[in-house]
Design a binder for this molecule. Sequence first.
Ligand code: FAD
Ligand code: NAD
Length: 470
Amino acid sequence: MREPITTDLVVLGGGPGGYAAAFLAADRGVKTALIDAAPKPGGTCLHVGCIPSKALLHVANVIHSAHDAAQFGIQYAAPTIDLPALRAKQLKIVDTMASHLLELCKRREVKHIAGRGTFTDANTIQVDNGTQVKFQHAIIATGSSPTKLPAFDIGSDHVWDSTAALKLDSIPATLLVVGGGYIGLELGTVYTALGSKVTVVELTPALLPGVDPDLVQPLQARLKNEFANIFLSTKVAKITAAKSGIQATLDGDVPEKQMTFEKVLVAVGRRPNSTNFGLDKIGVAVDDKGFIQVNEQRRTSVPHIFAIGDVAGEPMLAHKAAHEGKLTAQIIAGESSLVWDARAVPAVVFTDPEIAWCGLTETEAKKHAREVKVGKFRWGASGRAATLGRSDGLSKILVDPKTDMILGVGLAGPGAGELISEGVVAIEMGATAKDLALCIHPHPTLTETISEAAETLHGLASHFLVMKKN
Ligand code: FAD
Ligand code: NAD
């Protein structure tokens, strides 16, 4: 039996939440160990999520841009796709970043332990490589996994989850995507660009349910031409293995109830990883969806144990996990009065066009009967959008009608994911729409669409016509 490792802090899970927490705690002088099931840190986001998917979406963007250049009189031939080379580049990006994280563990003297950890009591984790870790504090950052539905569990390797789809084993001639959310639309975009005929089936009446419909509209209009089919309010009732792939039975207002696809990608959400590692034994409370219950400091029902990231609640986004990780690291390092006080967590769907929002949305405002004033600027009136041949975007700002304080920002258009940070800064700094309108934005840029949205609220917009009253 090996001697147990004794540490001030153990972080279970080495994704963007876990490693951000471990690194900052170590920087603050806390003796820290980081346990992760994979050989190198990075978690879902780096190994099978954000980074590999965005590398492929970059390729999709290059293909789209080459295609769109035709409107400027530039013709490119259809691309030739060298799948092994694309796969190698994607793996290299991931492995370089993961190796860098491992190096940062060493330099910061964070003890990295590769293996699955299980709590055996409220101050001990047993790792399946034989290591035992005794700790004062723990941060649980075990992330999430794809939701599995029994109807799709037919034991066929023609049925993919996002991890399988990102492996790029082949480019199927036809791909059924079950779920019109983040993953379905991002990976549907990738496979369409690579040459697959993609059919998206979404259970609810809208793509990206919950996102403001006017932001989704420009994306939906473009995807209508790119995807083979988008079936809304439709359920995939059953799938069976067929000679030529997978036969799907569709339940909804569709032209054919039975359709056959080479592959099926199931992207119907993700579940928190909160079972099978001893939480029940140590009394950490979990809600009915499996999320670990936490307070505003991200403390669990066992006060010296914290939980962050996907396992601790929505939104399941890497930057939210990292922010929580840094918060808990600082609390454990002695800044005991800190609490979660972020007013705006940005969200980005990296489709073409991209959709991004932060703070309050119009959908939420309506749901909670909260009165807001909305300034909208359509990109048809933007000089920069015209020069890109992409006038299909929208920028909008939600403000408090009494104080003019910016409550939310929503964007649709190429580059929306980069632009949204202006909204985050504005909300966090307590800016008003007038403040934003009075900040000079460079011309010609897409950032002007945000200032013009603010200007519409104050009668200052040049490219938005306000009809004069008689
Ligand atoms: P994770 O990154 O899931 O890491 C948890 C780690 O804990 C994993 O390495 C896991 O193996 C390990 N683990 C679990 N249990 C144990 C145990 N018992 N012992 C040891 N180790 C354990 N978010 C964005 O913000 N932007 C994006 O563009 C984006 N794209 C995505 C694309 C895809 C295809 C997917 C699937 C997700 C994407 N996400 C994106 C979501 C993002 O990946 C997650 O929100 C983020 O990874 C959550 O971080 P985390 O630290 O909570 O957990
Ligand atoms: P999601 O919740 O975004 O979308 C799932 C979709 O599937 C929903 O629209 C839902 O209505 C639909 N659905 C559910 N059951 C269905 C069924 N039986 N048939 C048809 N449709 C069904 O989930 P996801 O796309 O799996 O992504 C999981 C999470 O990962 C996201 O919520 C997000 O937090 C994260 N993620 C983020 C990014 C990003 O930040 N760009 C990218 C990918 C994933």
